[in-house]
Design a protein around this ligand. Structure first.
Ligand SMILES: [Ca+2]
Length: 149
């Protein structure tokens, strides 16, 4: 596993923001908020193939940060999220750090997410092909880094 080099992170910024815009459209589709019976398939369809989607709001709503399969992000705070407000941490205002409330892992990779930047303070695992509509009161608005694990 190779970790993202800082210069690579910078070069990927426009792509990440572009994917963010696509994610906003995907999150607005009815499939993204499908009932459990339509369930897993519909939720996965709301997040592009080979992508991990981090949703700012529970039930797969709000701005979305998209991670291409295999990529690592040591700080989600480096990516602008205009208008985003982190109710727990001011450091997350206006960016994707401390925002995630739901996620979809539509890749074949297992991902882990962390409270702090640089993969510190492990919180949870995101198994391949799984989704969580709400990470819970304690864990929401806390994610600051993510990588395959
Ligand atoms: Ca949130």
């Amino acid at each position: 596993m190779t970790f993202t080099h800082p210069s690579r992170t910078l070069t990927r910024l426009p792509l990440a923001l572009g994917l963010c815009a696509l994610g906003l459209a995907a999150a607005a589709s009815p499939a993204a908020a499908a009932a459990p019976s339509a369930g897993r398939t519909a939720v996965l369809v709301g997040c592009p193939a080979d992508t991990v989607c981090l949703y700012n709001d529970k039930d797969f709503n709000g701005p979305v940060f998209m991670v291409a399969a295999g990529d690592s992000f040591p700080t989600l705070h480096a990516f602008a999220c205009p208008g985003c407000d982190s109710p727990k941490h001011g450091a997350g205002d206006g960016n994707f750090g401390d925002q995630m409330s739901a996620w979809v892992n539509n890749t074949s990779w297992t991902y882990c997410w962390y409270y702090d930047i640089d993969y510190r303070s492990y919180v949870g695992t995101m198994p391949a092909g799984q989704a969580v509509a709400w990470v819970g009161k304690r864990a929401q608005d806390e994610a600051s880094s993510i990588r395959p694990c």
